[in-house]
Write a protein that binds this ligand. Sequence first.
Ligand code: NAD
Length: 266
Amino acid sequence: MGIRVLVSGANGRMGREVVKGILADPDLDLVGAVGHENGIGQDVGVLLGREPLGLELAADLGSTISRTGAEVVVDFTRPAVVKKNLETIAKRGAHAVIGTTGITEADIPEIAALYREYGVNAVIAPNFAVGAVLLLKFAAQAARFFPQVEIIETHHDQKLDAPSGTAIKYAEAIARAAGSVTPAATKVEKVPGVRGGELAGIKIHSLRLPGFVAHHTIVFGGLGQSLTLRHDSISRESFIPGVILAVKKVSNLDGVVYGLENLLDI
Ligand code: NAD
């Protein structure tokens, strides 16, 4: 018997890839799939365009965790529901692997307290692509030498929120490593908002266009030189090895871990 995994958001773009990744791993058993609106009651295999799996897409997360005895719940849903889902998962005694964005560092203490209370663990990662996590590491190194930096993130045009959770995480990490960052002042902003949003002194620019998946560029400026670091997720498969790693490790962690980098030996 492998680890009993339930996917929340299984009929979404990411959820479908996660389901495929779990089905392909001999150490994991897909015991449940929960969705919202489209496809409820349908066979999950058929939803993926494959042979029937004998597993129906359920509508209610809490009761499905209990009914299936899921040990780990992977959640790729919507920023608006992720906190509620985190609560449901802990209260039903399962570990959580959360890819849904909408959670920042500031939310972690409260989530950690809840998970401690119920004796379960969570991995919450705004980006499960290993390359994106390496970019975080490299950017934190560069930030010590380049005090001025801006972030450009590009995503597909269906993405609900902006900036990306990953861009927020980069800004937080860069600001921490740099000590303090001050953006160049623009005296005349001829188009309101043209200089982007600002977090911890770092300008973030969000592009939303068809033809893209998830791309982050961090541009550092210094005296007579610039340094550009860039990561591209060109397909949603890029996130799956990180998700599978988190599913396998989450039960042995100590509480809540924010960021895939904490599971990698880097
Ligand atoms: P999507 O719109 O394709 O799928 C969303 C899923 O959430 C669907 O299954 C839908 O049924 C479900 N859902 C919608 N409203 C709901 C509700 N009220 N209650 C419960 N379920 C609900 O979105 P997506 O592209 O798969 O992205 C999902 C999330 O994952 C987003 O927050 C996105 O930013 C994030 N994401 C994270 C990573 C990462 O590496 N951490 C990578 C890609 C996407």
